[in-house]
Design a protein around this ligand. Sequence first.
Ligand SMILES: [Zn+2]
Length: 453
Amino acid sequence: MKAYCWFLGPMFLLAACGTLRHSAAASPAPVFEEHFTDSTLRLDYVFCGDSNHQAIYLQGLVKTGPWAGRRHNLQEPLLRGNGQVQVLDPSSGAVLYSNSFSTLFQEWQDYEEARNVPKAFENCLLVPFPKHTVRVEVALTDRHGKVSSRISHIVSPDDILIRRLQPNGIETRTLWEGGPIDGAIDIAILSEGYTASQKEQFYADAARARDAIFAHSPFSERAGDFSIRAVFAPSQDSGPSIPHLGQWHNTLTDSHFDTFYSERYLTTSSLQKVHDALGTVPFEHIIVLVNTPVYGGGGIYNSITIMGSSHPTFDVVLVHEFGHAFGGLADEYFYGDQAETPYPADTEPWEPNITTLKDFASKWKDMLPAGTPIPTPVDDLEKIDVRRVWHTFTPEQKALLNLKVGVYEGAGYMEHGVYRPVQECRMKINECESFCPVCTRALNRMIDYYTRK
Ligand SMILES: [Zn+2]
């Protein structure tokens, strides 16, 4: 979970069985129009297993709306993620399109429950709809970046059982238009737990979500690179389910607290319902806005941001979670050390804002002032309860903690062995107003990856 504060239970290593395919250097960059149409192919998979095993099964194929994703930078994802999807030329093996992602399933594998019962999780991956028969490969990777499970299958664009999704009549309003569908980064904000009579409340909440994102640098300067649409479909009941109170509601996408038995963890496992509701709306990133004043939510890289709509910290937590889901940023906070680290010392994490020092040169070494000791000692201000007194700090004190780049030990839930770029950041505490310089650069790089050839 990427929603503050529960990294529970021991973690288990997954059996490594290979590495990801990298054929970019071996084949010329594909021309989008030669291989793909303007439509989207939705690949519905079930990821299943327990703490030690994984399997991937194809559940169905869906042709949805216009392709809203990249038409350049097709062969390599910017970040590795915890999984990758690749579309391949079946004869040459050349990579025609790729993307990376993370999953709720892999997160669940670290919980105690996964030691006792195998479970299955829905996942929907989007790729451009192919013009010709292609091979699709999906791989999940372990914490060492090694492939732990894989599926490979052929997709023919002429397959009559590819479900042709029809417009579902669900209402959409454009909240911000930074450019055309094939240029801008398209975000869809979906209503969840809003009844028909709460429609205007949803649109107002969605507008607050838009404003929260654009209130933060670098999104504020890069607003012209984004388009945001709000998609309203009513739920029968108001608000998500709250299992620990015995409250079960009939809502559009089955959102609920108590995910993995963690009381404040709000998610949905019904990703097909989310995608069906979004229908033919063009989107690359999803924010599910859940009608509740209770704190909760999460962000999963290139999968989903889900957030309670009206908690007092909505604005800042939404942006934190969007940092995970859009930017692949890691949590910079930490607790005491876990029995098993999610970030082993022999592997450089793929997240751009933390390091194990295994390959620090690939991170923010170039942003480090000359002579900075590693690890970097914290300043006296950082030794007090920063969250409690943050509001009393001067701008200069805040800048010291948020802008002075170093290699501070403690990040990614671990007090030791994982390092963060600054002392305080939007990815560490709610009180800090800004992303740090390293997160900011990582977000800018991601925006460039989507929008610049
Ligand atoms: Zn940061």
